[in-house]
Design a protein around this ligand. Structure first.
Ligand code: GLU
Length: 479
C-alpha cells in the first residue's frame, strides 16, 4: 500500500546491482532502510543499479524482487511502479551524460587518457612504497582543448571528478559517527567509463541526489565512496543524503557472505520452511542490540529502530538464533497460514484445525504438521527402540485397563478427572503412567498435553495402538 509522504519527509532506498542472488547481509540492508522510512513516515525506493551492463544477470532482477516481496519489504517507488527511468539505471543513460557534461563544463571533471598499463604500474609503485593506491592526477592539468582534440582523434578516455587537493573532508555517519579524511588521500575517481557509461560511484550518488533520497544505509565497503560522492553532489548543486555504513555480515565460520555463495539465500530459507516474519525479526536484530525479545511486525520493528545503535563490528549469521525466531513465529502463526502445509490425508477433514492448534506450539516448521498427522492418525505407527522399551516397562494389563476404561468414556475426556482415575486403575502414578501411555499412542516421549492428544485421536486408532502396546508388553512378559 502506498503511504502518503509528508513534505521534507524521509526517503530511503535499497539499490542492489543485479549481479547475483541477494544474501542475508544485503537483505538486512534493505530491511534497515525500510525500517528507517517507516519509523519516520517516509518512503522507500527500490532502485536497480544495472548501469554496468556487462555484469547484469537477468534472472537476478526477478529474484531480488521476489525475495523482497516474500519478506514483505514492499517499495513505494521502484519496479512495477511508474516508468523504469524512475528506478532503473540502465534506462537513465541520458541523465548521467547530461550531468557529466555539466561537470565538464564547470571544469569539475576532466578527461583522463592514462592507459590501463600506466595505472597498473602506478598502483604497483605506490604499493611498493607502502602508500595507498590513488590516481596521481597525471591528466588533471591537460588543457581542455588538447583533451578534446585527442578524443576527436579517437583516443579512449575516462572522465574523472576533481577532488579538493587540501583540507579535510568530514561527514557524520549515521552509524559510525564523525568521519574525517584528508582530501589529498583520495584520488580523482572515474565517473564515466571509456565506453561512455556512468561509473557506479557517479550514477549511484547522482540518483540519490535527483531522486530526493534523504538517508542511505549501506554496506561499509562503500564508506570510502562517501566523501567522493559528497563532493560530486556539491559540484552538481544537489543535496547529499545522510549516509550510514553497516558492518559486514559473516557466515557461521566468520567469512563474509557473498552473492555468489548464496549459502544463506532467502530462497533456500523459504524452501526450508522458514517464515518471513521469523527471518525479518532475526535480521532486524543482527548487529542491532536495541530491540526487545518480542516478535514484531515491520511497524513494531521500525518504532525501536535507531541507526546510531547499530553495531560497528561484523555480525555473524547464527542459525540457532534464526531458529529461535522461527519457533516464536510458528507459535504465533495464524491457522490460515498453516493449514495449506498440512497435506497428509490420513486424518479426517474435521480434525485438521484441531490438529494444527494442538501441535503448533510443538513444531518449528509447518511441514512437521504432517509428521504429527501420521503420528496421531496413520494406521501404522513406527516405534523406536525407546518407545518399545517404554512400552515394555509396563505389562499387558496396564494397556488393557486403559483401553477398556477409555472405551467406556463417552465423548471427550477431562484429563483432570481422568488422570487420577487411570492412576488409581493401573496403580501407576505420574511418569509411570504418562510415559508408556504417550509412547504407545504417539511413538514419542514428548508432545502436546496427553489428554488433548487422546481427545483428538480417532477412537479406533487409539484402541489399535493400545492393543498393540498390550501385545508387545505381553511378549516381553513371556520372554
Ligand atoms: N549497487 C550498490 C551495491 O549493490 C549500492 C551501493 C549503495 O547502497 O550505495 O553495492
Amino acid at each position: 500500500m502506498m503511504r502518503v509522504m509528508t513534505s521534507n519527509a524521509v526517503k530511503t532506498r535499497f539499490a542492489p546491482s543485479p549481479t547475483g542472488k541477494l544474501h542475508l547481509g544485503n537483505l538486512r540492508t534493505a530491511l534497515f532502510n525500510v525500517l528507517l522510512a517507516r519509523r519516520d513516515g517516509g518512503h522507500f525506493l527500490l532502485r536497480i543499479e544495472d548501469s554496468d551492463l556487462a555484469r547484469n544477470d537477468a534472472s537476478a532482477f526477478d529474484a531480488i524482487a521476489a525475495d523482497l516481496r516474500w519478506l514483505g519489504l514492499d517499495w513505494d517507488e521502484g519496479p512495477g511502479i511508474g516508468a523504469p527511468q524512475d528506478w532503473q539505471q540502465s534506462a537513465r543513460a541520458e541523465v548521467y551524460t547530461s550531468a557529466a557534461d555539466k561537470l565538464l563544463a564547470a571544469d569539475a571533471a576532466y578527461w583522463c587518457f592514462c592507459s590501463q598499463q600506466r595505472l597498473a604500474e602506478l598502483r604497483a609503485e605506490q604499493t611498493r612504497q607502502g602508500k595507498a593506491p590513488r590516481y596521481d592526477g597525471c591528466c588533471a592539468s591537460l588543457p581542455r582543448r588538447e583533451a578534446d582534440d585527442r578524443r576527436a582523434a579517437g583516443e579512449p578516455a575516462v572522465l574523472r571528478l576533481r577532488m579538493p587537493q587540501s583540507g579535510m573532508l568530514e561527514f557524520n555517519d549515521l552509524v559510525r559517527g564523525q568521519q574525517t579524511v584528508p582530501a589529498d588521500a583520495l584520488g580523482d575517481p572515474v565517473i564515466q567509463r571509456a565506453d561512455g557509461t556512468a561509473a557506479f560511484l557517479f550514477a549511484n550518488a547522482l540518483d540519490d541526489g535527483l531522486m530526493g533520497v534523504t538517508h542511505v544505509l549501506r554496506g561499509e565497503d562503500h564508506l570510502s565512496n562517501t566523501p567522493r560522492q559528497q563532493v560530486l553532489l556539491r559540484q552538481l548543486g544537489l543535496t547529499a543524503p545522510a549516509y550510514g555504513h553497516l558492518s559486514l555480515v559473516t557466515d557461521e565460520a566468520g567469512a563474509p557472505l557473498s552473492k555468489r555463495s548464496g549459502s544463506a539465500g532467502i530462497a533456500e530459507l523459504h524452501a526450508a520452511g522458514y517464515r518471513p516474519e521469523a527471518v525479518l525479526n532475526y535480521l532486524a536484530r543482527l548487529g542491532n542490540a536495541g530491540l526487545d525479545e518480542q516478535l514484531h511486525d515491520l511497524d513494531g520493528l521500525a518504532r525501536a529502530f535507531e541507526p546510531s545503535r547499530l553495531a560497528r563490528s561484523p555480525a555473524r549469521f547464527d542459525r540457532s538464533q534464526l531458529d529461535h525466531w522461527q519457533s516464536l513465529a510458528m507459535a504465533q502463526a495464524d491457522m490460515a497460514s498453516l493449514l495449506p502445509a498440512l497435506t497428509a490425508d490420513c486424518l479426517p477433514a474435521d480434525r485438521r484445525e484441531s490438529l494444527v492448534a494442538l501441535v503448533q506450539p510443538n513444531i518449528r516448521f509447518a511441514h512437521e504438521l504432517n509428521d504429527w498427522a501420521q503420528r496421531l492418525f496413520a494406521d501404522e505407527l513406527e516405534l523406536s527402540a525407546d518407545a518399545v522399551a517404554a512400552i515394555r516397562s509396563r505389562d499387558a494389563e496396564f494397556f488393557g485397563q486403559i483401553d477398556q476404561a477409555l472405551l467406556e468414556a463417552s465423548g471427550e475426556i477431562d484429563w483432570q478427572v481422568w488422570r487420577p482415575r487411570l492412576e488409581a486403575l493401573t496403580g501407576c502414578k505420574g511418569g509411570k503412567l504418562m510415559k508408556p501411555l504417550r509412547f504407545a499412542l504417539t511413538g514419542l516421549g514428548h508432545g502436546p498435553a496427553l489428554g488433548a492428544v487422546i481427545n483428538l485421536m480417532v477412537p479406533e486408532t487409539r484402541r489399535t495402538r493400545l492393543q498393540r502396546a498390550a501385545a508387545m508388553a505381553g511378549e516381553a512378559d513371556d520372554a
